[in-house]
Write a protein that binds this ligand. Structure first.
Ligand SMILES: [Fe+2]
Length: 228
C-alpha cells in the first residue's frame, strides 16, 4: 500500500531535491512507514544491494543455487550438442538420434535462459561459470546409442535432484513464487526422465546393429517427445 499525494505546483520548503523536486506535476506516491521499515533494498545478509530495485525476500543461497542451475542446464546443452554431432558423423550415420540430441541441446540451453530470466526477475544477479568439455566419443562396445541414452538419463536424473535442491531452498525461505516456478520445471523434468528411461529399455531390448537402425528411424519419424 502507498499513500497518494496530490499534485504539487512546487516542492515543499526545504525539500527541493530528490523525489519532491520531481513532484511538480502529476501524482506522486510516497512509501508508508512499513515499507521503509522493510527496507526492500537490502539482502537477507543485511548488505544493501544497490544493484536491484525489485528484490523482495529472495534468499542469497537460492540466488546462488539458481546460478549453478543455469550452469548445469548449459552444461547439459553442451553435452547433448556433442552427442548430436557424434551421431551425425559419416561413420555413425544415425540421423534420427542426432536430431533428437540436437533438440535436447536446444531445450537445455533454453532452460538455462529461462533460469537466467527468473534470476533477473527476482532481483538476483546472473553469474556464470566455465563449462567443462564434453566427451566426443561413446562406448562402442556397449553400443554407442545405448551408452548415450544411458548417460542422458543419468544426467537428467541428476538434474531432477538439483531442481529438488533448489526447491528445498525456496521452501526454507517461504519463497512461494520460486516454489511455483521450480514445480513447473520439476513436472517437465519428470516427463523427460520417464521418456529417456523408456528409450534405454528399448535399446537394451534391440541390442546393437539392426535394431538400432529401426530405433533411429522411429525417432526420425517424430516418435520422441522429450525434446519437444
Ligand atoms: Fe533442463
Amino acid at each position: 500500500m502507498t499513500s497518494v499525494v496530490e499534485p504539487q505546483k512546487k516542492a515543499p520548503t526545504g525539500q527541493t531535491e530528490g523525489k519532491f523536486a520531481e513532484a511538480i506535476e502529476g501524482v506522486v506516491t510516497l512509501p508508508l512507514a512499513e515499507v521503509k521499515e522493510k527496507r526492500y533494498g537490502e539482502t537477507e545478509r543485511g548488505q544493501v544491494n544497490k544493484a536491484t530495485f525489485v528484490r523482495v525476500d529472495y534468499a542469497g543461497d537460492l540466488e546462488e543455487a539458481i546460478n549453478r542451475q543455469i550452469d548445469f542446464e548449459m552444461n547439459l546443452g553442451y553435452v547433448f550438442l556433442a552427442m548430436g554431432a557424434y551421431f551425425d558423423r559419416d561413420t555413425v550415420a544415425l540421423p534420427g538420434i542426432s536430431k533428437f540430441f540436437r533438440c535436447m541441446s536446444e531445450r537445455e540451453f533454453g532452460d538455462g535462459e529461462k533460469f537466467a530470466a527468473f534470476q533477473n526477475m527476482r532481483g538476483g544477479r546472473v553469474q556464470l561459470m566455465a563449462l567443462p568439455m564434453p566427451d566426443s566419443d561413446y562406448n562402442a562396445e556397449k553400443g554407442d546409442a545405448l551408452y548415450a541414452f544411458e548417460l542422458a538419463l543419468a544426467l537428467q536424473k541428476l538434474n531432477m535432484d538439483k531442481l529438488k535442491a533448489c526447491h528445498s531452498l525456496a521452501d526454507k525461505s517461504d519463497d512461494f513464487q520460486a516454489q511455483d516456478f521450480l514445480e513447473d520445471e520439476l513436472s517437465a523434468q519428470a516427463k523427460v526422465v520417464k521418456e529417456l528411461g523408456d528409450y534405454v529399455c528399448e535399446l537394451k531390448r534391440v541390442g546393437k546393429g539392426h535394431g538400432v537402425f529401426h530405433f533411429d528411424e522411429r525417432i526420425d519419424e517424430g516418435g520422441l517427445t522429450a525434446a519437444a
